[in-house]
Design a protein around this ligand. Structure first.
Ligand SMILES: NC(=O)c1ccc[n+]([C@@H]2O[C@H](COP(=O)([O-])OP(=O)(O)OC[C@H]3O[C@@H](n4cnc5c(N)ncnc54)[C@H](O)[C@@H]3O)[C@@H](O)[C@H]2O)c1
Length: 215
């Protein structure tokens, strides 16, 4: 049961926003950690508490990493977590959660059910890791429908066609050494619709946690 639990979502980009919304819909109190001030402000304006992982470990029971960045949940966090905290990653790379630390430092590791490991720490506390820190929606659920991938790739092709055929409507700005182009308004609207699909995809993660009935 997620209602009443404290969950932290690391990263408030597209994936983080969907995960936070889904967790909130199930009644969890959601914390956000972010390094980008704009995304952090967006989270605060949506009513989420923005905090650090170091602060979150005192209250959170559920950890979801969505940053695509390395070393988000590390050894020092595992050592402070509450008993039977659930940790998972939905970002692309399996470097967000330091599973190696658990494998090297935990007293024991038990397979509770496929893709669900329960580590016993030297302190006697337990940590539950889903899909060994790999993409949880693919490891523990059925992934997202092929329609979502098809939608995403179609968006990219549409954006390229738009940039090629409407170069004057697209706004191009130079950010540091990278050139960033913003596609025209009507295309932005269709891309926004596709983001709704991404939100739906993240809800699979929550369905999985719900069925685990670990609490
Ligand atoms: N599981 C899936 O099906 C699926 C689907 C789409 C994308 N992804 C993956 O999810 C990840 C995120 O994708 P996205 O589109 O949301 O990217 P994004 O760039 O929109 O969001 C990532 C956010 O994480 C923040 N971040 C980076 N480092 C951080 C840190 N150390 N602490 C806190 N926040 C940090 C960034 O500021 C950014 O706001 C990527 O790895 C992407 O490949 C997975």
């Amino acid at each position: 049961m997620l209602a009443g639990k404290v969950a932290i979502v690391a990263g408030y980009g597209d994936v983080g926003k969907g995960c936070a919304q889904a967790l909130k819909a199930y009644g969890a109190r959601v914390l956000i950690s972010e390094i980008d001030p704009i995304c952090a402000l967006q989270a605060a304006m949506e009513g989420y508490e923005v905090t650090t992982m170091e602060e979150a470990v005192k209250t959170a029971r559920i950890y979801v990493t969505t940053t695509g960045c390395t070393s988000i949940v590390r050894g020092e966090h595992f050592e402070e977590m509450l008993d039977d905290s659930i940790v998972c990653n939905i970002g692309h790379f399996n470097c967000e959660i330091d599973v190696d630390y658990l494998n090297k430092n935990a007293k024991s590791k038990d397979l509770v059910q496929p893709q669900v490991h329960r580590y016993t720490m030297k302190s006697g506390r337990h940590i539950i890791v889903l899909a060994e820190g790999r993409l949880v929606n693919l490891g523990c659920a059925h992934g997202h429908p092929s329609f979502v991938m098809s939608n995403s790739f179609t968006n990219q092709v549409l954006a390229q066609i738009d940039l090629w055929t409407n170069p004057k409507q697209s706004i191009c700005v130079k950010v540091l050494s990278k050139k960033v182009c913003v596609v025209s308004y009507h295309l932005c609207l269709s891309v926004c619709l596709s983001l709704v699909m991404a939100y739906l995809m993240c809800s699979q993660l929550l369905s999985f946690l719900f069925f685990l009935k670990l609490f």
